[in-house]
Design a protein around this ligand. Structure first.
Ligand SMILES: C[S@@+](CC[C@H](N)C(=O)[O-])C[C@H]1O[C@@H](n2cnc3c(N)ncnc32)[C@H](O)[C@@H]1O
Length: 380
């Protein structure tokens, strides 16, 4: 079945690939990549002389680390701006051309007959409409004993960004020119992003990719739970970033229901993705379901707002925020404060009152644990 691909349509329409990473300190960039892959249970030595299939490398900034670790890459990227930037980047960093092949198409269109040691799809599967189908397709490219890395998101992990996006959308609702929209959002976020530790993307790229990209409003994000249910039994869990799963099973206990246990943990821990800085808490399944429902409804009303810019949608969000406040307060004071502050900001914006955003200190500094990485290994 043909699906529209909002990433490709949006990037193509504006001729952008908003995924640049700060390479001014290359060792620092590699250290962040090393930490991510270590959290995923994949030390960088694993890449040495290995065949990598990377889908959606964008402008290739993250791919540089795979070369540095000795990998040989097949890259599948359909976005023209990304392809051009990637080719230039690889030339600038003197990557030997025999170390990579670029397939300039979507993964659905790619003609791939081989299997790979590592199959990597970072940063898009979770928010495209056919993410589940592509994931199933990718499983076939993993060698026996090989590894696959994907990214996931869910309504809780997106919540902080969804609320920031909503406020941005209110601020730019009368601006039709894309560049002016970007300018206004960058101005709004510059102060908020200043203190975010480890941020290696420009505020402009982040605004283009998270605040204005229609893919963020995908119908159903690929959550860790959904992804875990897609992997067949010949794939086992290897790692995740963030590392939310614990496993006390005896290594000799081969009957242990790893996947079932992980999904149960996810259902009680997913709210820890709401914000960076939260210490882990466990919710009862009922509270987690209630919170998920409330946040899902808020997300749907936020998407509805973007479609019609009606104050009614804001009223519904304000009401729902009131309803989730109590559960949020049981998680962390910052979660409750975020809800209270967003409510007040929305009321003021709806009533055309002046807002001094800096005064809302939790809203101003909050960042979601938006995207989760998951690695799985195919049994030998
Ligand atoms: C948000 S960017 C992520 C770039 C990079 N992987 C990263 O994590 O920074 C998503 C990338 O996925 C690509 N993409 C989207 N749908 C795709 C598909 N069906 N096949 C291959 N690439 C796709 C987009 O063109 C874009 O370059």
């Amino acid at each position: 079945m043909e699906h529209s691909n909002k990433f490709i349509e949006y990037y193509g329409a504006h001729e952008i690939s908003p995924v640049k990473q700060d390479l001014s300190d290359l060792e620092l960039h590699y250290a962040k990549r090393e930490k991510l892959y270590r959290q995923l249970g994949i030390p960088c030595i694993t890449f040495d002389q290995k065949k990598i299939l990377e889908i959606g490398p964008g402008s290739g900034y993250n791919t540089l680390a795979f070369f540095a670790w000795g990998g040989v890459c097949t890259l599948v990227e359909p976005n023209k701006a990304g392809i051009a930037e990637m080719k230039k980047l690889f030339a600038d960093y003197e990557i030997p051309t025999e170390k990579y092949t670029i397939k300039e198409c979507t993964i659905e269109q790619a003609d791939i007959a081989e299997t790979f040691d590592l199959v990597i799809a970072e940063g898009f599967l979770h928010s495209i409409d056919n993410g589940e189908e592509i994931l199933t397709q990718l499983l076939g490219y993993v060698k026996s004993g090989g590894v696959i890395v994907i990214t996931c998101m869910d309504v809780m992990s997106m919540f902080v960004e969804q609320m920031k996006r909503l406020i941005c959308q209110i601020l730019i609702k009368d601006i039709t020119d894309y560049d002016l929209q970007v300018e206004k959002c960058v101005e709004f976020f510059a102060g908020q992003m200043e203190k975010v530790k480890g941020m290696s993307r420009s505020v402009e790229d982040w605004v283009k990719d998270d605040m204005l990209n229609p893919a963020f409003n995908c119908k159903e994000a690929l959550s860790m739970e959904k992804a875990l249910k897609i992997f067949p039994d010949n794939f086992s869990f290897l790692g995740s970033s963030q590392r939310i799963f614990t496993d006390y099973s005896w290594y000799k206990d081969l009957e242990y229901k790893e996947r079932k246990n992980m999904i149960q943990q996810y259902q009680k821990k997913r709210h820890n993705f709401l914000m960076t800085g939260l210490n882990e808490t466990i919710l009862s399944e009922e509270d987690s379901i209630d919170l998920e429902k409330g946040i899902r409804a808020i997300r749907n009303y936020a998407i509805e707002y973007e479609e019609g810019y009606e104050d009614q949608s804001l009223d519904k969000i304000i009401k729902k925020l009131g309803e989730i406040r109590h559960i949020m307060s049981t998680i962390d004071q910052a979660c409750e404060a975020f809800v209270i502050e967003v409510r007040e900001i929305l009321e003021k914006l709806r009533d055309k009152k002046q807002v001094t955003f800096e005064k809302y200190s939790t809203f101003y500094t909050a960042v979601g644990r938006t995207q989760q990485y998951l690695s799985m290994v195919k049994k030998k």
